[in-house]
Design a protein around this ligand. Sequence first.
Ligand SMILES: Cc1cc2nc3c(=O)[nH]c(=O)nc-3n(C[C@H](O)[C@H](O)[C@H](O)COP(=O)(O)O)c2cc1C
Length: 189
Amino acid sequence: MAKIAVIVGSVRSDRQGIKVANWIVKKLKERNHDVFLVDPAKLQLPLLDKMYKEIESPPENLKKLYTAISESDGYIPVTPEYNHSTSGAMKNTLDYLLEEYFFKPSAIVSYSAGPFGGVLAGNHLRQVLAEMGSPAIPSQLPISKVQDVFGEQGELLDENYDRRAKRFLDEFEWYVDAFLEQRKKGTPY
Ligand SMILES: Cc1cc2nc3c(=O)[nH]c(=O)nc-3n(C[C@H](O)[C@H](O)[C@H](O)COP(=O)(O)O)c2cc1C
């Protein structure tokens, strides 16, 4: 059992992303993890002015973000693909913090309206996560034609994704456990 933050990458009013994120949250809870859902829409995160560490008296929404990221042992960013990259909302949410991510793994879930499931967004996001000290596991979970994969209430319509999610989360858990054990021995900085 670990603490995992699922980070939503869309703040659009009719976003698909929240369905994907809620599905991943459910999967993690079924595997007995403690889950933080980091939703920049719910948190009403503004475009970055100062990083968290630069703010003298952080407002409540930023404190919640800080708690979720600093207490987590691993991260699952759920990114849409916007113009062959991750979203501004995802990047903005990540940029508030830095050291809090260090020496903890991440695993990328991506999705898009088209057939490629946001793999290009995932590729860019992988570079960002590497820079933030939260290397992404080799596997990615891309969801193609996301509008057909989840129903109106967020129910999964394509059971193939349950199988794919199991393999993906098995791999992620391996990395989370490995990093957890290694962090107990201390970190280089
Ligand atoms: C600004 C913008 C850019 C997009 N660019 C791409 C793209 O490059 N490739 C793609 O497959 N879909 C693209 N789409 C379609 C999105 O994948 C689709 O709308 C998806 O539902 C967006 O996630 P969201 O609903 O959670 O915001 C784009 C959508 C938006 C709003």
